[in-house]
Design a protein around this ligand. Structure first.
Ligand SMILES: NC(=O)c1ccc[n+]([C@@H]2O[C@H](COP(=O)([O-])OP(=O)(O)OC[C@H]3O[C@@H](n4cnc5c(N)ncnc54)[C@H](OP(=O)(O)O)[C@@H]3O)[C@@H](O)[C@H]2O)c1
Length: 295
């Protein structure tokens, strides 16, 4: 397949590009900085450079980091434009092509499901709310739907917390390694997670499985609460994980970003991936953390 990726230099995009190249696909990465693109892939800084190239699949992962800093008005605008604006640009390019790709896989997140507390299982049929993270995902998915040609299969990846060598786990590892980790807020909010290897394998699966369409929760079948996550990470690192981070401190340090991403979380289940028979390698957290902490 000839595959175009945005966000191909990121935490998910880099190992995804490596996997696709290993599977003998031709990969083109539309990016801002070609020096960060995996060797073997073609880097382009403008879609004009691929105007005439055959493209069978598009994977759209680009976006400014959501959890990198507090959500000032200008940061919120960048987070939105780097996803929705970029996806609209992709849509204009797709609309001008004579031969549309067969599949378009576009990013979203479990933030789609909003902030309501509770333990009800959440599957792909659930709707969102008016929080920043939910409207971001709703508008990003709407942009992808607009961008997707009629004959192209569209999958929307509602991704949970990806655990790998980087990302959220890297940020948590230092305080936990120092024995300073623990549950966040009440500890009762859910933290749907997915091992990076399953994340990559799921995207590869969605490329090939013609039954796959619409939203797909990219989360492991066994989500945990923040308290359960802290205890498991403490065990994996052989450190105590009993120092809670109070909600007041989270709000003071991280503002709205902390309230939405750290103090809220819903019990998201991968109903679509399960129905498709996707074989998760890591279904429960302990083996996933044991694997990653030993790497
Ligand atoms: N990692 C997670 O736990 C997680 C969870 C839920 C959803 N997601 C979503 O999945 C996608 C990929 O995640 P990731 O962790 O791989 O992200 P990442 O490491 O932050 O990489 C995102 C990529 O987006 C591009 N980018 C960054 N800022 C940009 C900007 N201002 N304008 C245009 N492009 C920009 C960069 O590519 P270039 O520098 O090459 O242009 C970067 O490689 C993201 O959209 C993220 O929101 C991730």
């Amino acid at each position: 397949m000839n595959i175009l990726i945005t966000g191909g230099t990121g935490f998910i995009g880099t190992p995804l590009t490596q996997r696709l190249l290993a599977n003998n696909h031709n990969v083109t990465v539309w990016c801002r900085n070609p020096s960060r693109v995996v060797p073997g892939a073609t880097a382009v800084t403008s879609l004009e450079d691929v105007a005439d190239a055959p493209i069978d699949a598009v994977i759209n992962l680009a976006g400014a980091g959501i959890a990198d800093q507090r959500w000032s008005p200008s940061r919120k605008a960048l987070i939105r434009d780097s996803r929705i604006g970029l996806t609209d640009t992709l849509g204009a390019w797709l609309a001008a092509r004579e031969t549309p790709p067969s599949v378009f896989i576009s990013g979203s997140a479990i933030g789609f499901y909003g902030l309501q507390p509770g333990d009800d299982p959440i599957t792909e049929s659930e709707s969102g709310d008016s929080s920043f993270s939910s409207t971001l995902c709703q508008d990003w998915e709407a942009a992808a739907t607009r961008a997707c040609p009629e004959s192209t299969r569209l999958c929307l990846l509602r991704t949970g917390i990806v655990l790998g060598d980087g990302g959220a786990l890297a940020k948590m590892r230092t305080p936990f390694s120092l024995g300073l980790g623990g549950p966040v807020g009440s500890g009762q909010q859910w933290m749907p997670w997915i091992h990076i290897d399953d994340m990559i394998a799921l995207i590869v699966h969605l490329l090939d499985d013609e039954r796959a369409t619409g939203p797909v929760n990219a989360t492991a079948p066994t989500p945990v609460t923040s308290a359960e996550f802290a205890a498991a990470l403490g065990r994996a690192l052989k450190r105590p994980a009993v120092l809670p981070m109070p909600a007041l401190a989270v709000k003071a340090l991280f503002g709205q970003m902390g309230e939405e991403l750290l103090l809220s979380g819903r019990r998201v289940l991968p109903a679509t991936a399960t129905a498709l028979g996707f074989p998760f390698q890591f279904t429960t957290l302990e083996p996933a953390l044991a694997d990653l902490c030993s790497r």
